[in-house]
Design a binder for this molecule. Structure first.
Ligand code: PRX
Length: 652
């Protein structure tokens, strides 16, 4: 097998990898799961909710779908999410089990048991109460991946309040937009975190976001991590360690109704404004715990699990915090980047903690493929039992490399498809049951029903391609877009009425396995992170030099897609700077407006943009150009010379 990152014929893979008899015999998930879910879908989910979670008040009703598309699951039951992730494990005698093995980028580490984590969360909950936090309040977290981020999420959840984690790579502007949209009262942040061998500051962005004093934020609680100097606003800023020290570790978790909101997580849509995806408690936790346990074949007494996602993304919510902790897992969290201080850092961590279940993104796998197998082969990876992939399609070549080089040629690989909106995994193989097919996410999870349909909503059937829809409500589905029920209906439910439109293209093969084909809307997927073309375009045109802009996601060998921007300058700026200087300014500007993750990989300064006669930018054509393809039919262009101009810019 070659180490080339892309390759393999996506739709005509013949290889199949059935589970080994040894794996199968010890696997948690048995084929009966599928039968039970098919026989009585709602009864199946009710059993999962009862079996996996502790209910302060048992529920009697499973699903209320009387007001679609607003679902209510287990609605007359009450639970406490934090209690489910912590106290009950301690009460069951598991207090000494390690919950988190924290590995800092500089090499510091901390093991935190379930008893210790419970104590810390209780203290943090008392601290938040002292800062006026009550059920329903919105708390913004803007933090590095340190234990305090997990503690803060669980403390907010414990009080029935709502957290909204903003990824540390977003700018002050983006942070402010989220603070305003959620109308947050408290921000929890850190002085800074460690990344790529240096400290990146977080607190200054919070200061900048709050500088005009026009938000309802009344406390900023700051974890000391980076050790960098920070400015201090007396009366507003509080050190986490000073505050925590004032509070008792006694706190009794109260039950909240199952539909009590748990978190808002902003994600990019097809407009310039990010959507606040709202998730609630009982259904979300049920599906997060169910999928985590069965897909990773979690044996909590012996396994060590590691998901490399940041808590700023949905994967970090469902598969770093809520799923694993609800299941009493022992897991690793790592603050830094994979290549610091050396390119084998991840594999070293797997060796150090004897990680057995590992969950990461295809971009990372393709990056390691490029670096060569010699690096992981220096480490003992024999503890690995299950490998997971998420965030973007994994090409068969990368899938095979993952299994062979990281998994020693024996470890099942599960490709898991889901979204911020779905809350938990929807499509995946089950490692003890499914014969794995490299490159395909394969089958819906038990209890999930989906289809692939044409533009008119007609099922395409085996060997057909179309749009992915989810045909029945599921427990961890989003409950809406914060403050915008109309946008919720419009975005996901208007296209096919009673079926959820995911925004992904998909192919069903002759066996009925699902192959994901990428987004069909103006959402890009860069390294498994979602970015909106419109949002980046709006940011670029706000630059004083830019007259017009078009942004496309161009195929990229490593990151799946890359942001490519075409920019027309206002006439008075034309010729004043070199293209390279313009490009640098635009990239820096997008970094300030949205965040470093949204910076275009390439900026082309062009004279015009190709448009249809009705004035729509021809993005497909721009994508062709950005990817270096021959451009097709341009007869609908208003001015065919535009294409030539652009092509010249690209080829220069
Ligand atoms: O296009 C799909 C892609 O990521 C999108 C969801 O992005 P986000 O909400 O940021 O969540 C990412 C982590 C769950 C989807 O619409 N996607 C996610 N997983 C896969 C995938 N595409 C192909 N295969 C996957 N396994």
């Amino acid at each position: 097998m070659s180490d080339s990152p892309q390759g393999g014929n996506l739709l005509h893979e013949e290889r199949r990898f059935p589970p080994s008899p040894e794996f199968q015999s010890q696997a948690i998930a048995k084929p009966e799961l599928y039968q039970a879910a098919t026989k009585n879908r709602l009864g199946f989910w009710a059993d999962q909710a009862r079996g996996l979670l502790h209910w302060h008040t048992p529920f009697t009703q499973t699903l209320d779908w009387s007001n679609p598309p607003f679902a209510r699951w287990f609605a007359d039951g009450a639970l406490n999410v934090s209690y489910n992730c912590l106290d009950r494990h301690v009460e069951a005698g598991l207090g000494d089990r390690v919950a988190l093995h924290f590995e800092g980028e500089p090499g510091d580490s901390r093991a935190i048991t379930y008893a210790e984590l419970t104590t810390e969360v209780k203290k943090a909950a008392n601290m938040l109460i002292a800062h006026g936090v009550k059920a329903g309040d919105r708390i913004i977290l803007y933090m590095p991946l340190v234990p305090e981020a997990v503690i803060a999420m669980l403390a907010v959840a414990r009080l029935g309040a709502i957290h909204s984690v903003v990824f540390g790579g977003f700018s002050a502007e983006s942070l402010r937009a989220r603070i305003d949209d959620a109308d947050a009262t408290v921000v929890i942040t850190a002085d800074g975190g460690n990344r790529k061998g240096s400290v990146f500051a977080l607190k200054p962005a919070v200061d900048q976001a709050l500088a005009d004093g026009k938000t309802n934020v009344r406390s900023v609680i700051v974890v000391k991590r980076g050790g960098n100097d920070v400015e201090w606003n007396a009366g507003l800023d509080f050190w986490w360690h000073d505050e925590i020290a004032k509070h008792s570790d006694e706190h009794t978790a109260e039950g909240f109704e199952a539909e009590n909101p748990l978190f808002i997580l902003y994600t990019s849509g097809t407009t310039g404004k990010p959507k606040g995806i709202l998730h609630t408690s009982g259904g979300y936790l049920t599906q997060a715990a169910f999928t985590h346990k069965n897909i990773f074949d979690l044996h909590p007494e012996t396994d060590v699990y590691w998901c490399t996602a940041d808590v700023g993304w949905i994967t970090g919510h469902s598969y770093v915090v809520y799923g694993p902790l609800a299941n009493g897992a022992t897991q690793v969290i790592y603050e830094g980047t994979p290549d610091t201080p050396h390119p084998g850092r991840w594999w070293e961590i797997i060796e150090k903690y004897r990680v057995s279940l590992f969950y990461t993104a295809p971009t990372a796998i393709r990056t390691f493929m490029k670096l060569g197998r010699e690096i992981p082969q220096k480490f003992d990876l024999s503890s690995l039992r299950v490998l997971g992939s998420v965030g973007e399609p994994i090409n068969p070549e990368a899938w095979m490399w993952y299994r062979d080089v990281i998994g020693g040629g024996k470890t099942p690989v599960v490709d898991t498809w889901w979204q911020t909106e779905t809350g938990a995994i929807m499509i995946s193989a089950l490692p003890g049951i499914t014969a794995a097919k490299p490159g395909s996410a394969q089958v819906p999870m038990p209890g999930i029903t989906l289809d692939v349909v044409s533009e008119d909503g007609v099922p395409v059937g085996p060997d057909g391609s179309g749009l992915l829809v989810i045909t029945e409500p599921w427990p961890s589905m989003l409950r809406g877009i914060w403050g915008d029920p109309e946008r919720y209906k419009e975005t996901y439910w208007s296209k096919f009425g009673d079926r959820y439109f995911a925004g992904d293209g998909a192919h069903l093969d002759a066996d009925g396995d699902v192959w994901l084909l990428g987004r069909v809307d103006d959402v890009m997927n860069v390294s498994g992170h979602r970015l909106s073309t419109m949002e980046i375009e709006s940011a670029i045109v706000a630059h004083p030099m830019a007259a017009e802009a078009a942004v496309v996601g161009a195929a990229d060998e490593t990151t799946g897609q890359a942001v490519v921007a075409f920019v027309i300058l206002k006439s008075r700026f034309v010729g004043t700077l070199s293209d390279e200087e313009v490009s640098q300014q635009i990239r820096a500007w997008v970094g300030e407006q949205i965040g470093a993750i949204a910076k275009p990989r390439t900026v082309f300064v062009v004279g015009e943009l190709p448009k249809t006669r009705s004035g729509k930018i021809m993005r497909r054509l721009l994508r062709d150009i950005a990817e270096g393809r021959e451009i097709g039919d341009t007869t609908t262009l208003t001015d065919t010379t535009v294409v030539r101009t652009i092509n010249t810019a690209v080829n220069d």
